[in-house]
Write a protein that binds this ligand. Sequence first.
Ligand code: UD1
Length: 429
Amino acid sequence: MATLIIEGGRQLRGEVTASGSKNGALALMAATLLVEGEVVIHNLPRIRDVLTMVEMLRCLGAKPRLSDDGTLVVDASEIITNEAPSHLVSKMRASFQVLGPLLARTGSARVGIPGGCNIGQRPIDLHIKGLTALGATVLNDGGIVEAESSELHGARIYLDFPSAGATAQIMMAATLILGSTTIENAASEPEIQDVARLLNKCGARIQGAGSDTIHIEGVKRLHGAMHDNIPDRIEVGTLALAALNTGGDIFIRGAVSEHCNAVLLKMQEVGARVIEETDGIHVSPLRRPVLAVDLVTLPYPGFPTDLQQPMGAVLATAAGSSVITEKVYEGRFRYLGELERMGAHTRVEGQTAVIRGVTRLHAAHVTAYDLRAGAAMAIAALGAEGTTVISDVEHIRRGYENFEQKLNSLGATVRTGDTPLEEGSSCLE
Ligand code: UD1
């Protein structure tokens, strides 16, 4: 894995365009397996995870073509196997999302259990509970989830936690099952809403996506359609926090402020000026240093766990002590040890971290333990004194399109370095 070398102390200024949503893209791509006909999706980010999913679709028999402009044309009229290649599932947790669509299309599916990762346990019990309620027999065959049914049926399903992955999985499977399905305590993320929008364009009958109750009236088959992937709210938050941490002033074109409410409001609490415009958002500092703040991560519309680490990087130099409570993934505090190398003062107790703001961070050699930890290290480095080297940047490439190019276009000095000393571990966000 390569390194990123970031010279700190340069303010980010200017305009940058939000890329298409990573998580949205992966869910939309899994959904195309339900469709007999050509689906065209615009605005996919050219990132590692999307390329992995293209490969997955190809292996399953769909005919995906991804152009340089981020348009995917895929025709899954013919599915040639119901078994997801394990080397692709192990690369990326989101590939587990093909289980429900494959089951609904072919009556059976075999997909490897994605396993845990650096951000904590990643159980799949809610996915299994949902598909079982829909009439599937689901077994664990030596680490491979095998789902099978000769007759799937609608059901009322309550999710103990509004899991985005389980909601999408069940919603997709229920689309092609004759009968009515209701998902209670469903996830309401913009990406879930967008999958419902795509499927409805293809002839599905899904109502309520975006609320905590989703109704699906199954249909016999779906037809092709055209769709635009939504902008990446996590990338928007990352860029906004990066600008704030340098005291800069940026406009993020294409950002949908409605998708980022919790983050933008928190940023205002710490002292950012955020102006929501019709075609994007403008972020600049109102005060320096930023103020300390308490923060709890929650399912959407709460503060997203994916931006907890980037926000933590900003709070490292806040005036006062901040308390972060991580309610979604217990393993998302590992980056704080890396921030400490840069001079931060942090303490973790269970699901809570206290960050006592210092005047300035200094450069160090740090590791991107996972995708968003990598983003957090970059944000910290941009505001720090000296030149920071971040290793394991492949994690960042999995989820951020043109990361260093975008930062450099805003005035940062970021370049790619040589292969680092140690090998990194994997994260399957
Ligand atoms: C998605 C996002 C990820 C984000 C996360 C939470 C993708 C590709 N990834 O992951 O970036 O951090 O949402 O917003 O879209 N859970 C269970 N049982 C299950 C499934 C989940 O207990 O069967 C728990 C998880 O342990 C976690 C919580 O539910 O505590 C949220 O997980 P979930 O919303 O499913 O996350 P993902 O869809 O995997």
